[in-house]
Design a protein. Structure first.
Length: 182
């Protein structure tokens, strides 16, 4: 392994550790505010589990995003769930905070910090893994449709060294692709 690759992997592991610690501290910091938001209308034995209703879907969607990042897939639905429950956690914390600007700003910090760290963790995963397919995916095109470009030669004309799609060849439209989790 090269020094660059080792440094990159070390940085990714460090980001993962910091993101995990920030997420845990974030959950602990807003746990009481979430319990208090469920307070008067909820049974006492349920109130202690109330934060799980916010961070349960958040964690499950986060794991789905991490899995999709490892497989280099998109996870739009999972990101929308993470954003929804981060917003809910933020709103519930702000609702329980005192009416001062500093208290409300402090109430928004834990869920936003957890979301930001998680997004950076996913970004590190996608940066450390090389692309699965170096060639762009275009099912309707094949290599036999590529031809060398025709170039008008002149004193100042450089020859390109890349293939060009043959415009004369018939194209068949690619069928629509549907993928779970994208």
């Amino acid at each position: 392994m090269t020094l660059l690759r080792t440094g990159s992997l070390f940085t990714a592991v460090l980001v993962a550790a910091i993101a995990a610690v920030v997420s845990i501290f974030s959950g602990l910091a807003i746990c009481e505010a979430l319990r208090h938001s469920a307070g008067p209308r909820t049974a006492d034995d349920v109130v202690s589990w109330w934060p799980l209703l916010i961070y349960g879907p958040w964690v499950v969607a986060s794991l789905s995003i991490l899995r999709a990042a490892l497989h280099q897939r998109r996870a739009v639905h999972s990101w929308s769930i993470v954003l929804l429950f981060s917003t809910l956690a933020t709103l519930l914390c702000v609702a329980q905070a005192p009416s001062t600007f500093a208290a409300r700003a402090a109430a928004t910090l834990p869920p936003i910090a957890a979301l930001a760290c998680f997004q950076q963790l996913v970004r590190q995963i996608t940066l450390t893994r090389p692309p699965r397919q170096p060639v762009p995916r275009h099912r309707g095109r094949s290599l036999r449709l590529l031809r060398q470009p025709t170039v008008v030669s002149g004193p100042d004309t450089a020859l390109p060294d890349y293939p060009v799609m043959d415009q004369r060849a018939g194209r068949t439209p690619a069928p629509p692709r549907f993928r779970y989790g994208s």
